[in-house]
Design a protein around this ligand. Structure first.
Ligand code: ZN
Length: 454
């Protein structure tokens, strides 16, 4: 095996906890070939010294890049009911202003923000397939390739999830007029996924899976067809599910079953499946998901922003369920902030402290949260993004050692302070696949675009 870069960290997160004097050696393909804890002076010779505590990069398991252009701009009250569904109308209106050039600019800015906060891979749940008037582009990959270019330019890993969206609700036969950009078939999304996978083969950072927007947007036949194709290609499959009560009620009315209950009865949702939100799940449904091997993608900041509800984290951790985090609408871009919100939402609802740690039977709340998000990331991304271990992609982040949140904190409590003593800590150096990435977002270009959008 040919040699890649070698790094030395005085403190790094290895095997689920802090380790001292760690040598990290990447192979020429950008994966870890050697991870040595407690290394000697001779081992670390010729290694680059990393100046700060080193964390693995995390996967942002669910996002819609174009929604970054709306962050902070829907926080004003309008007449009538203000909830997920009225927010969705505002989001649809914004989506209609975004073509491929705009999408590439927004994603380029967003992806650098994600990198500097500690994400090294993003799963893009992508459904803006057609032109703003709903007509298909001459090249069906037009919008997808804008996201691929943004990922390549910034260096973040990308799992593109072309998303199947066929109807406006349970029992509907087509889309609403303001949904016509999303029109797609099992065949069209599969072709996009395969093309992106082909173009990314040979790189360590670009790949694709498949997404089904939701049970309300995909009929049973298309769901089974797309799922079978993804299974055959061993691609990750993502689906929004049980996010809102109305969706649960409509599913019961149509099928006589709750969404997760219905899905579990239709096919095996194995380890390639990632169920996004699942805020409205029963203990029995959670046990079914765990038994079939699927993961849950929790999006704490967006679920709070949209008033979705609170996921049953202790119920899921208590049965050893696998999960990852997503920044979804990108109202925050920091995994640290997502983990903090995840725990705080539980404390507020249950009036207890250290909920995640107690449910998992562990000591450190931040440790349980970070390890959980890390463990579920690879399944969501369909990539080896599992941290500082041999065979995983050589991703890492160096925490700013001068961060005020860390002043005087004992070494073993550093992650707790990072998660629970804000303000945000920005990473001072990030590597993806053994390569350094630029941590300065193209702010001027993004601001100029925002002025044309709003
Ligand atoms: Zn979403």
């Amino acid at each position: 095996m040919s040699e890649g870069r070698r790094f030395f960290a005085a403190q790094a997160w290895v095997g689920g906890g802090w380790a001292r004097d760690v040598l990290l050696a990447a192979d020429a393909d950008g994966f870890w070939a050697r991870v040595l804890v407690g290394c000697s002076d001779a081992d670390r010779r010729h290694a680059e010294v990393l100046n700060g505590p080193v964390l693995p990069g995390l996967v942002d398991a669910h996002g819609h890049a174009f929604q970054r252009a709306m962050a902070g701009l829907t926080e004003w009250a309008a007449p009538g009911r203000d909830d997920f569904w009225s927010w969705r109308d505002r989001m649809y209106a914004a989506a209609r202003r975004i073509g491929p050039e705009q999408l590439e600019t927004i994603a380029g800015f967003l992806y650098t923000e994600l990198l500097r906060a500690g994400y090294t891979q993003v799963c893009e749940f992508h459904y803006l397939h057609n032109d703003v008037d709903g007509e298909p582009y001459a090249d069906p990959l037009e919008m997808s390739l804008a996201l691929v270019r943004a990922a390549q330019r910034t260096g973040i890993g990308l799992t593109l999830l072309p998303t199947l969206y066929m109807r406006s609700g349970f029992g509907a036969t087509g889309l609403r007029e303001d949904q016509c950009r999303f029109a797609s078939t099992p065949g069209s999304v599969l072709r996009i996924a395969e093309a992106v996978r082909r173009s990314g083969s040979g790189t360590r950072t670009i790949t694709a899976g498949l997404a089904l927007h939701s049970l309300r947007a995909v009929d049973e036949g298309a769901l089974l067809e797309a799922a079978a194709a993804a299974h055959q290609a061993r691609m990750p499959v993502h689906i929004h599910i049980a996010e809102q009560q109305l969706e649960v009620d409509d599913c019961i009315q149509r099928h006589g079953q709750r969404p997760i209950e219905w899905l579990l009865g239709k096919l095996i949702i194995d380890r390639h499946w990632n169920l996004v939100h699942a805020t409205r799940s029963t203990p029995r449904e959670l046990a079914g998901i765990r038994d079939q091997g699927a993961s849950i993608v929790i999006c704490p900041s967006t679920e709070a922003n949209l008033g979705d509800g609170v996921f049953d984290l202790p119920g899921w951790l208590g049965i050893g369920g696998r999960w990852s985090i997503g920044s979804d609408s990108h109202v925050t871009r920091s995994p640290i902030e997502e983990l903090r919100l995840l725990e705080y939402s539980q404390r507020l609802a249950l009036r207890q402290r250290n909920v995640a740690a107690r449910a998992a039977g562990c000591e450190s709340t931040a440790g349980v949260l970070f390890n959980g998000a890390l463990d579920g990331g690879s399944a969501a991304a369909g990539q080896a993004c599992g941290g500082l271990a041999v065979g995983q992609r050589a991703d890492f982040c160096v925490v700013d050692p001068a961060s005020p949140a860390l002043a005087g904190v004992p070494a073993q409590r550093l992650l707790d302070a990072l998660v629970f003593s804000s303000p945000e800590t920005v990473m001072v150096r990030v590597c993806v696949g053994g390569r350094d990435v630029n941590l300065h977002p193209p702010s001027r270009e993004f601001a100029a675009l925002m002025r044309t959008l709003w």
